[in-house]
Design a protein around this ligand. Structure first.
Ligand code: BGP
Length: 467
């Protein structure tokens, strides 16, 4: 037994990180469109609108909007069975709360799905991948229940329009990252308080649950998953205080998967809210919505593992353990961006989720950002990427073969080079396909196959046997 026969091998992107064409064909502004570029040492900056003289990576990106046919042909050449992409909500509802959808936006994705169908590539579509329409800000974005209705209208519109073309959907990208990055995940100010973050999470859970229900009603073939930002951490030591600190940290993350996979708030979260005075904006019928709208599968990103332990300097009381997530794992190498490389952690997380929920899993992001350059021979030697991916595929294989995890597929991140979400750089590259464009959007936009392109093609052709 190895990977299942119909395993969904492919790659993943997000609209705001690859499409460009940020105001083409009636598209409105999204949260991503007002984030300036940054780099490894300087964080991206959020502006009030589009300011003169600033560079906004999502405005150009790799211009996938105009190159999608060429890009999909390259994916097909690698043998992709699946392409994870996102629909940019602000192409469909430019302000987020418009009465009518924008036909030009809908027509664009029709073309993309038709192109994928030509090659038998199954789309896996994220409805909201760090690209909330900026228009939702006028009423407080996801802190306001109105956002639920806007999302549901959008979801219903695309489920109806693309019925028969798309069967696999994800609601919110890395929904748990709302706790760390409120702007990216929900269009809230980054200094949003815990009550606002909790309200936004509650509304996204409701929106996701309603979307699941509507997707099933529109087409019983639809499968809707959640998407967890693959945070996984080890206790710093076997000191029970380190283990407890790690448990508490992981509860903050698993709370998101618990609600979406089980259909209710877990007891540890409800107790924590009682202690901290956070309330839920519950309305009659909500419990039923969450229960009925449990996801069909759990997908997640996985790049690295963390180490968490007690904060030695702080006093830990029984109920409020002080957590330190800043420990360095001495057993692991790091990428050029300082992300610890831990394939065994992927097997661990797959087991943890499968034991916890017993529903199909999918790894929808994984990969290593590197500085790739075109060599004197015209080739791009990204052997380090091949090594990284090989080890992670081997870890998934063990989870499937030895542990019996039900794994649907694997879509490594940034299968074609694209803008980095955290830094806004182009030079942090993940792709099998190189794109000639720099951090300021200059270049020929020519696509080139890297060494990993042929390697991944062979991996897919042999269903993960020849690594
Ligand atoms: C995930 C996001 C992606 C992606 C990836 C890599 O958190 O879902 O959008 O960008 O991380 O991160 P980065 O681009 O910061 O290297």
């Amino acid at each position: 037994m190895s990977f299942p026969k119909n395993f969904l091998w492919g790659g993943a992107t997000a609209a705001n990180q690859c499409e460009g064409a940020y105001c083409t064909d009636g598209k409105g502004l999204s949260t991503a469109d007002v984030m300036t570029g940054g780099n490894k040492d300087t964080p991206r900056r959020i502006t009030n609108g589009v300011e003169e003289g600033q560079y906004y990576p999502s405005h150009v990106a790799i211009d996938h909007y105009h190159h999608f046919k060429e890009d999909i042909a390259l994916f097909a050449e690698m043998g992709f069975k699946c392409y994870r992409m996102s629909i940019n909500w602000s192409r469909i509802f430019p302000n987020g709360d418009d009465e009518q959808p924008n036909e030009a936006g809908l027509a664009h994705y029709d073309e993309v799905f038709d192109e994928l169908a030509k090659y038998g590539i199954e789309p896996l579509v994220t409805l909201s991948h760090y690209e909330t329409p900026l228009g939702l800000r006028k009423f407080g974005s996801w802190t306001n229940r109105k956002a639920v209705d806007c999302f549901v209208r959008y979801a219903e519109t695309v489920f109806t329009r693309y019925k028969g073309k798309v069967r696999y959907w994800l609601t919110f990208n890395e929904i748990n990252c709302l706790s760390m990055m409120p702007w990216m995940a929900a269009g809230l100010d980054n200094n949003a308080g815990p009550q606002e973050v909790s309200d936004a999470a509650y509304h996204q859970f409701l929106a996701s649950a309603r979307a699941v229900q509507i997707a099933h009603e529109i087409d019983p073939q639809n499968k809707v998953g959640m998407m967890y930002g693959g945070i996984m951490s080890y206790p710093y030591s076997c000191d029970p205080a380190d283990v407890a600190a790690n448990d508490e940290f992981m509860h903050r993350m698993y709370f998101y998967t618990d609600v979406m996979c089980r259909g209710y708030y877990p007891s540890y979260k409800l107790r924590e809210m009682e202690r901290t005075g956070i309330t839920l904006p519950v309305q009659p019928g909500d419990q039923e919505i969450l229960r009925v709208g449990k996801v069909d599968f759990l997908s997640f990103s996985y790049y690295m593992s963390l180490v968490c332990g007690k904060k030695t300097a702080a006093k830990a009381s029984e109920t409020a353990i002080s957590i330190d997530t800043g420990y360095v794992n001495p057993y692991l190498q790091q990428t050029e961006w300082g992300w610890p490389i831990d394939p065994a952690g992927l097997r661990h997380l797959l087991n943890l989720f499968y034991d916890r929920y017993q529903i199909p899993l999918m790894v929808v992001e994984n990969g290593m950002g590197t500085y790739d350059t075109v060599g004197a021979d015209g080739a791009i030697h990204d052997e380090a990427r091949i090594d990284y991916l090989r080890e992670h595929i081997l870890a998934m294989k063990k989870a499937v073969e030895i542990d019996g995890v039900d794994l649907m597929g694997y879509t490594p991140w940034g299968c074609i080079d694209l803008v980095s979400a955290s830094t806004g750089e182009m030079k942090k590259r993940y792709g099998f396909i190189y794109v000639d464009v720099d951090d300021e959007g200059n270049g020929t936009f020519e696509r080139k196959r890297k060494a990993s392109f042929d390697w991944y093609k062979k991996v897919i052709a042999t269903n993960g046997e020849d690594l």
